[in-house]
Write a protein that binds this ligand. Structure first.
Ligand code: GUN
Length: 280
């Protein structure tokens, strides 16, 4: 039976550390880290995420502004808002919640965020820095996964790390981070020929596919660390991309859904916003 990584408890611990750092920054430098969140349209999941981000900022003593724009807002108006936020000294971090409506060019929007305020780490400058091993803003979800591995003393150097999923938000940056810490990294995806053979070889298995329960117990190496990034709603119940009941019998360490990676993602957004305020 695997040991369960409690993302909620870990998150709470880190948010307490951040609260102290924010208070100290305010006292010593008179700076309150500020985050601007831009939401275009009313996607229900995005609406919940944005509300949670706003709430989390308040809880650690950060300043936040949320721009809820109607779904028909023009690309030009979104770009104008970003230019304004780039120049705003109260704002250290800017985040545009994805996805944006179809008439808005996502990469154009992301490319216009000042890389020094890019707390999501989606700007090509930060992507390039991450892959070159330079200091960069790193996307929040993979950053949260690394924090979970570190704080649970999971050995990374020399280990076989297998990532299922190749998205820009999770899979690709996850690979860069694990590689930087000397894992041997494999990225699997929907066209991978023998997924089970790869997965079963993993000492560290990170799953981010958006397909409910797709990793079954027979795909997990005994004693492996299994990190489930998925959040899927099945018959009104939240489940991950890993079949938790099966995998927990085989793994050494495993994250649950909910209460695993999810809470860590917003915590890392706060951490990145503090970092942005420090370099401002
Ligand atoms: N949509 C889904 N995940 C994310 C994220 O990490 N950041 C932003 N901005 N949008 C998202």
């Amino acid at each position: 039976m695997a040991q369960i990584i409690d993302g909620k408890a870990l998150s709470k611990e880190i948010r307490l550390e951040l609260t102290e750092e924010v208070a100290q920054m305010k006292e010593e430098q008179g700076i309150v880290p500020g985050l601007a969140v831009v939401l275009v349209g009313e996607d229900p999941a995005s609406t919940v995420y944005v509300r949670n981000k706003e709430k989390a900022c308040g809880e650690v003593g950060m300043y936040s502004e949320v721009y809820r724009l109607p779904k028909e807002t023009s690309e030009e108006d979104v770009l104008l808002l970003i230019s304004k936020l780039n120049e705003d000294s109260k704002i250290h971090g800017i985040l545009v919640q994805l996805p944006v409506p179809d008439h808005i060019d996502e990469s154009k929007v992301l490319n216009n965020i000042d890389p020094k305020k890019d707390v999501d780490g989606f700007h090509p400058v930060n992507v390039g820095k991450l892959f070159s091993g330079e200091d960069a803003f790193v996307p929040c979800t993979p950053l949260g996964v690394m924090e979970m591995l570190h704080r649970n003393n999971v050995e990374i150097k020399g280990k076989e790390a297998v990532i299922i999923g190749r998205s820009n938000i999770v899979g690709k940056p996850m690979a860069a981070l694990l590689l930087q810490e000397h894992a041997t990294v494999t990225i699997c995806h929907s066209r991978t020929a023998d997924l089970k053979a790869h997965a079963k070889n993993a000492d560290i298995l990170v799953v981010a596919t958006g397909r409910a329960n797709m990793v079954t117990g027979d795909m997990v190496k005994p004693g492996a660390t299994v990190i489930d990034v998925g959040i899927n709603r099945v018959d009104d119940v939240l489940v991950g991309d890993v079949n938790f009941e099966e995998a927990k019998e085989v793994a050494g360490l495993i994250t649950p859904v909910p209460g695993g990676v999810g809470p860590m993602t917003i915590t890392m957004l706060l951490k990145n916003t503090l970092k942005a305020a420090k370099i401002s």
